[in-house]
Design a protein around this ligand. Sequence first.
Ligand code: AMP
Length: 285
Amino acid sequence: VRTVRTVDEIRALSRSWKREGTRVGFVPTMGALHEGHLSLVRLVRSRCDRTVVSIFVNPLQFGPGEDFDRYPRDLDRDRSLCEGAGVDAVWAPSPADLYPEGFATAVEVEGPLATSLCGGSRPGHFRGVATVVAKLLLAVEPDVAVFGQKDAQQVAVIRRMAADLALPCEIAVAPTVREPDGLALSSRNAYLTPAERSQATCLKRGLDAASALFAAGQREPRHLLGACRAALESSPLARIDYLALVDAATLVPVEPTLSRPALLAVAVFFGRTRLIDNALLSPSE
Ligand code: AMP
């Protein structure tokens, strides 16, 4: 696997591949790679000839007091996982490569897409995400970029941005990869104490409880939300940040009954660690 640093290097490499007529796929990450990231790599490899993974802990998307400083970083380990997964290039820019002296531009998706849910709890987060993803896509110029359904709101924001800016890149989504007990894989799971880790299954249990009610025909938001809340509240170490049933496309709360595809989204604190998860409830199914 090649490792490159600067915007100019990755752009030159990607363009050289495209001149050969090959399709380039891209997986943006913050590193601390796990099986969830590797599943995105496999999706890219099934559809493209060349795979680029970026590893960049983006300071713009962390708020004051969040975990930017303690976010796990291990480039050597990430590189060997990429090597094993058949990645062609790892792009690991430094903050100065992406945000040179005088950097003053932001990309901001407006409205509930970026201000609801995680955007409410983490002001400025999606501005940081949209800004860095725009920069990454402009540098790599991929044919396809893949994101995880685990970060469903991020997918909605990036799809909006890509459409609004007419970025010449397909945005693809890969399903959430989970531990055997249902906990969604996340680099942040490493922060959990053993007791928190065992209770962290409450997110998936809550989503499953609501999904089961939904499958049985329940369409009223308060009942679906109530089933999920009960599972979350059965875990004494969990503190609910938000629990919401929203339109899957607009992220506007569903009311009075669910008639279009909806996203049941949860964010829960265990101590200072914040975990998110979601389930899609699709009436057509
Ligand atoms: P991150 O490194 O956390 O910024 O994540 C990089 C990409 O991997 C994002 O598109 C995430 O949605 C995706 N991702 C993270 N965890 C998972 C998971 N458990 N399953 C699928 N995709 C994931």
